[in-house]
Write a protein that binds this ligand. Structure first.
Ligand code: ATP
Ligand code: MG
Length: 399
């Protein structure tokens, strides 16, 4: 076994391997390439967002151990851009001497929401009250215990609100239980929060750095908008950092992590969840901070020093999301008008198809105040439109 505690310094042209080819992987690849690194991405979908910009994409399923071994063989260090990977496979790769950051043990703690919340509760962190649900009777009992307002969540596999459902009617329990039962589930207290915020932090063998806290707006469980700095007091920000430091100590690993929180009207802070990777609410850091969350991860896994997380200017980030009105191949109009705005930055992920709530890209606007950045970002978002490519072609043909 290698000593994971000492991250090997990998000079360019070393090669990093990324499991997962989505937009988080893409933004990591872009930063790694800027630093002269080679990158191989593994994803089952050919021409994935990250694969498009990497040196090479291996097209293979995430549970294909042979492919994962080949990825490990061809690269000097591994990381991943999503948490739904078979931990047992990562353990095998680690036992064979491959460095993975964050490691399999960390992923095992985080990827199962019940296990994650239990670990947090065990170290005295406030989380929404929760119960593991193994049968309908337990669900009915938990519903009553939690004041008949719950969020039912699958223990594994959820993302962007998929795998969670708010339930406030007893009559909905049975149906929800049936739908969720193939995954394993937990019932969580529905928090009547004032704000959702998140903090990203970076850890390597030299220490830990916090990014500024982001305030996040979700709709139907999916992130719509983040702005930074969050509208919270210095005292709350310090409490958030203290919680994050305690969690980091428990995790005892290296990488870029995000913790999502709820803050209620009495300034109680609850941890919602931890992500062992760069996070959508940290996209603002690409232009907004001296070192982005993606550059930071590239630095960490290649043994470089951590970069400054200082905020350059207040930021507002909006996701560019598909809707149910247009599905399939698409084109975005209005980009030139957006590009004419000063300090407004467009990121498109190269996804060939759109769909309801699909993350097609994001934009970050910067200004002297959060209010001004938000106005600019909203204007930018209003300027662009996702059009069905089919109708654009049809229009051209009919001219
Ligand atoms: N206990 C809760 N009380 C109130 N709202 C909640 C609760 N749990 C989740 N939510 C809402 O649903 C959103 C998504 O939930 P959660 O973060 O658990 O799911 P996810 O699908 O894993 O999300 P992500 O996209 O961050 O991976 C939260 O950001 C929040 O808006
Ligand atoms: Mg979440």
């Amino acid at each position: 076994m290698i000593d994971r505690k000492i991250i090997k310094r990998l000079d360019s042209p070393s090669t990093i391997g990324v499991i997962g080819g989505g937009q988080l992987g893409r933004m990591l690849v872009l930063e790694a390439k800027r630093l002269g690194l080679n990158v191989i991405v593994l994803d089952p979908k050919p021409n994935s967002p990250a694969g498009q910009v990497a040196d090479f994409q291996m097209v293979a399923e995430f549970d294909d151990l042979t492919a994962l071994k080949v990825l490990a063989l061809k690269t000097d260090v591994l990381t991943y851009e999503f948490e739904h990977i078979d931990v047992g496979l990562l353990e095998i790769l680690e036992q064979e001497g491959n460095a993975i950051y964050p490691g399999a043990k960390t992923l095992a703690m985080i990827q199962n929401k019940y296990r994650q919340k239990s670990s947090l509760r065990n170290i005295g962190i406030d989380v929404p009250d929760f119960h593991l649900i193994e049968n309908l009777d337990q669900l009915v009992a938990a519903f009553d215990q939690l004041d008949q307002k719950i969020v039912l969540k699958t223990c594994t596999g959820g993302y962007d609100g998929k795998g969670s459902r708010v339930i406030t009617e007893r009559s909905e329990l049975e149906q929800a239980f049936l739908e969720f039962s193939k995954y394993g589930m937990m019932a969580e207290e529905l928090i009547d929060y004032d704000k959702e915020v998140s903090i990203i932090f970076a850890i390597n063998q030299d220490g830990m750095k916090f990014y500024p806290v982001a305030e996040n707006i979700h709709h139907q469980g999916i992130l719509i908008n983040s702005f930074v700095p969050a509208n919270i007091s210095t005292e709350v920000e310090q409490r958030i950092q203290t919680i994050a430091a305690k969690i980091a100590q428990e995790i005892d690993d290296y990488g870029v992590f995000c913790i999502e929180f709820f803050i209620d009207s009495r300034a109680n802070i609850f941890v919602n969840e931890i992500a062992p990777r760069p996070h959508n609410s940290g996209h603002y850091s690409i232009e907004g901070c001296i070192t982005s969350q993606f550059e930071q991860l590239a630095r960490i896994i290649t043994g470089m020093p951590l970069g400054s997380t200082e905020l350059r200017l207040p930021c507002a980030m909006f996701n560019i999301l598909g809707s149910d009105a247009i599905t399939g191949k698409y084109q975005i109009s209005g980009i030139d008008r957006l590009m004419a705005l000063t300090d407004c930055h467009l990121h498109l992920y190269g996804k060939p198809e759109t769909g309801e709530f699909r993350k097609i890209g994001h934009l970050t606007a910067m200004a002297d105040t959060v209010a001004a950045a938000s106005i600019k970002a909203k204007e930018a978002l209003s300027l662009i439109k996702i059009n069905s490519l089919r109708s654009v072609c049809d229009e051209k043909n009919s001219q």
